[in-house]
Design a protein. Structure first.
Length: 579
């Protein structure tokens, strides 16, 4: 049994005396270090004092270590970074969000490989950190078992002035800004949102990207069943952490590997759960990235097939009435899986974190609250998440079609080459009905960093224009975004995709029902525009500046793939870099 432990590499034999002395100097027990039957378990956590999803993670990581030690393992701790997308939103800082996913994966991989740990638990939360943990697991898939303990969702805010509802989340605060700008909300009311909407630690309370990725990771098997939805302030969060600590010791001794949760079936299951809940569009980007790293062949066509076959049964903010705390009370992921098994939209033979098949865990589970609908009461026969394709997005784009007054729009383009330009124009003008705001050069390579545009879309909704104005971008949207907002347009503008060729006034057709995103310009005209196309000079200057600084953004830009491949670092620099 001990022979399976790769930590022998740094613990066994006379030649490893220096290695053992360093571990003892760190405070580890000499007898533990010499006992080669005890697995060395790495616990990487993402504590931060500025990110609410991570402010409590030191205690959660400690609980994992307690579980490891009680089960006979040796816990060793490390840290990696965390970024709050909400704080990074709407300015240059958002460019660093998606690249940070790769940094998180890099640092977790480096910690695990350099110290030859026998198993790994990542304690994390929020939009790019948990996907980074999954990417690291994909890289380590043939080496060691990997589990995740998420920090848990925040409780919904309770305030008096919230348009008839006393429960709010971060998306409502962003929309309140638009209401204030139009004179529909007083300064004191805006301050009430600011101070009361987010009541404490945890990932933002709705089904935004962090919580969507957590439930997806549970469906894959990386998180203990029934635990991804436990609120951050609930003591059961610590119970789950200790149980995971004990489980990773068992998994290391049994020779389990992370690859058991990175199969074609487990990835499809994650998408089915995301689809059933109406989760964040960013899950498409991140799960495509995980598939790419795990060597699984998954494309946007397969993603749309899964979406089309999955009933929408999660009535969760921003697409529904309830919040993550209500999803947990209703039974969480196991209750969702039970309904999906009935719909034949989930592979019940896939393992949970404990190795037990999902069909056994979800057996006889029934929704225990209105946040989860029974199959017969589904909100829709198919998921609100949709992949769109057409002459404007040959490789695909994504929309979360929730709270739509109409699913089809034929409008005219208003084109901007950056998010800032679009926000500035919207602030100074009232967009006319059927305006399609095109925001380009915001893709993975061209941004660089593929920024989220929750500030732009929230201002539009706050102005009361959500049913009349659309945004189409090669950038991303927050999980809090709703409406006729289309992101991930691929190929991106920097790769000379059709979105780079759009001009003011061009007719744009959006048809969410039929999955179409077209530009009303014939192929010959588009080809002529492509022939004379030149990237904006200020974008080239920006890239030269990043290169001179040797910035992280430069490194990411020259290797970032299309959103249709998850934005991973596997591709070559855009052709226009050499101009």
């Amino acid at each position: 049994m001990g022979q399976t432990l790769r930590s022998r590499t740094i613990r066994e034999g006379a030649e490893r005396a220096p290695h053992r002395s360093l571990m003892v100097a760190s405070g580890l027990s000499p007898s533990d270090v010499r006992d080669l039957s005890k697995p060395l378990i790495g616990i990487v956590y993402t504590y931060s004092s500025i990110v609410p999803g991570h402010v409590h993670l030191e205690r959660v990581a400690q609980a994992v270590g307690e579980g490891v030690y009680q089960a006979g393992g040796i816990p060793v701790f490390g840290q990696t970074l965390s970024i709050c997308d909400g704080i990074a939103m709407g300015h240059e800082g958002m460019r660093f969000s998606l690249p940070s996913r790769e940094l998180v994966a890099d640092t977790i991989e480096a910690f695990a490989e350099a110290h030859r740990v026998d198993g790994l638990v990542v304690v994390t939360s929020c939009d790019k950190m948990l996907p980074g943990a999954l990417i690291a697991a994909a890289r380590l898939r043939e080496e060691i078992p990997v589990y995740i303990v998420n920090g848990g969702p925040m409780l919904a805010g309770r305030i008096g002035e919230c348009n008839g509802s006393c429960l709010v989340g971060l998306g409502h605060v962003f929309e309140a800004v638009g209401q204030y700008m139009r004179g529909r909300l007083s300064e004191s009311s805006l301050r009430a949102f600011e101070e009361e909407a987010l009541p404490g630690p945890g990932s933002c309370a709705g089904l935004y990207t962090a919580n969507t990725m957590a439930v997806a990771a549970e469906a894959m098997g990386f998180i203990l069943p029934g635990t991804s939805t436990i609120p951050a302030v609930n003591s059961k969060r610590l119970w789950a952490a200790r149980e995971t600590g004990a489980l990773i010791v068992k998994a290391a001794l049994k020779g389990w590997r992370a690859e058991m949760f990175l199969t074609e079936e487990s990835l499809a299951n994650a998408l089915h759960v995301d689809a059933a809940l109406g989760g964040s569009t960013n899950t498409v980007l991140h799960l495509l990235a995980v598939a790419e790293e795990a060597g699984q062949d998954m494309g946007v066509g397969e993603v749309e097939e899964i979406f089309s076959k999955t009933p929408w049964i999660g009535d969760i903010e921003p697409g529904g009435k309830y919040f993550m705390e209500h999803l947990h009370m209703a039974g969480g992921v196991p209750a969702i899986v039970a309904q999906l098994l009935r719909a034949k939209a989930f592979n019940g033979l896939a393992p949970t974190a404990k190795g037990v098949e999902w069909r056994r865990v979800a057996e006889n589970m029934e929704p225990r609250g209105p946040a989860i609908k029974r199959l017969e009461e589904a909100i829709s026969k198919r998921s609100p998440l949709r992949i769109l394709k057409g002459s404007l997005a040959p490789e695909g784009a994504v929309i979360k079609a929730v709270k739509l007054e109409k699913t089809r729009m034929k409008g005219h383009a208003k084109v901007f080459d950056s998010e800032e330009e679009a926000i500035d124009w919207v602030r100074k003008h009232t967009p006319e009905p059927n305006t399609v705001i095109i925001v380009r050069y915001e893709g993975p390579a061209g941004g660089p960093g593929m920024r989220e545009m929750l500030q732009l879309t929230s201002i539009i909704y706050g102005m009361g224009l959500g049913s009349e104005v659309s945004v189409v971008t090669d950038g991303r949207f927050s999980g809090a975004t709703r409406g006729l907002m289309i992101g991930h347009v691929s190929p991106e503008a920097a790769a000379k995709g059709p979105i780079a060729l759009v001009r003011d006034g061009d007719e744009i057709l959006i048809d969410a029902e039929r999955g179409k995103l077209d530009i009303g310009v014939d192929a010959a005209e588009l080809e002529e525009r492509r022939r004379v196309w030149r990237p904006p000079e200020r974008k080239i200057e920006q890239m030269r500046s990043l290169e001179k600084r040797n910035s992280l953004l430069y490194a990411y830009s020259i290797s970032a793939c299309s959103a249709s491949r998850g934005g991973v670092r596997r591709c070559s620099r855009p052709a226009w870099w050499s101009r």
